[in-house]
Design a protein around this ligand. Structure first.
Ligand SMILES: [Zn+2]
Ligand SMILES: [Zn+2]
Length: 247
């Protein structure tokens, strides 16, 4: 290596170290700075509630009883999406982490969440021959208010991780629906009717992965999947960061 190159390389590495000090990566669970390359810090990694088997064959919710195939919800109703997976159980720490991610502009968490998703479900995604990742869209009014769509940030990170294209303009939210958590099951369904539209007329993709931050009852994913299926997709799968327990 020429001396000039060596000096330049040295300056660049100092520069990157400084950048790391100024904008450190943070652990999504305790929000403390972590070393470059470290995602969830060692202390939180021990405590984090990853979704483990047995999990619902349909929505991916962890099951208490290993003899069962489906969770209570999926035993009762069908879904428009073929199968779903989730990384963390949506409880205390995950709730707080996803709240900061979404409402306190901690977009950098997306990198950690997507890496965990890829690690756990990368093979499953490849097996399902997913051709594109589609984030569940926000209505433009809500997106403007929040400044970003958390599902889109996640989708981009996951797409980069797995080398799968991310389509952010295929699915559009045409109705600014009321927050799902304020509604009961029947109201949720009604609330989401005609909430999504496809920007073109035909979807020229067979296998699509929908991405969202939280899975509650699956009705948002169902409405989004139904719109994609009606436009020509063959199978729609889903992946979320957090999911509730069974029952
Ligand atoms: Zn931590
Ligand atoms: Zn289920």
């Amino acid at each position: 290596m020429k001396p000039r190159e060596a000096i330049w390389k040295c300056i660049r590495s100092i520069d990157l170290t400084l950048l790391g000090l100024l904008y450190p990566k943070r652990c999504p669970f305790c929000d403390r700075a972590v070393l470059p390359g470290e995602g969830i810090c060692k202390e939180c990694a021990v405590k984090a509630h990853f979704v483990k088997e047995p999990a619902c064959m349909k929505c991916g919710k962890p099951l208490m009883d290993a003899r069962r195939e489906y969770c209570r919800d999926c035993g009762k109703k069908s879904h428009a999406f073929t199968q779903g997976k989730a990384v963390f159980l949506y409880e205390k720490e995950t709730k707080a982490a996803l709240y900061r991610f979404k409402y306190q502009n901690k977009r950098e968490y997306a990198d950690v969440f997507a890496k965990e998703m890829a690690k756990r479900y990368g093979d499953w995604i490849k097996q399902k021959r997913i051709q594109a990742i589609v984030p569940v869209p926000l209505h433009k009014r809500r997106r403007k208010k929040r400044g970003f769509n958390q599902a889109e940030v996640l989708a981009k990170e996951l797409g980069r991780e797995l080398g799968i294209p991310v389509l952010t303009n295929l699915l559009i939210r045409v109705r600014d629906t009321r927050p799902q958590k304020e509604l009961n099951e029947a109201e949720r369904k009604n609330n989401l009717k005609r909430a999504f539209k496809i920007s073109g007329s035909i979807v020229q993709l067979d296998y699509i992965l929908l991405l969202d931050d939280i899975y509650t009852t699956g009705s948002t994913l169902d409405a989004a999947a139904a719109a994609l299926l009606a436009a020509g997709a063959r199978e729609v799968y889903a992946c979320c960061v957090g999911i509730g327990g069974d029952g």
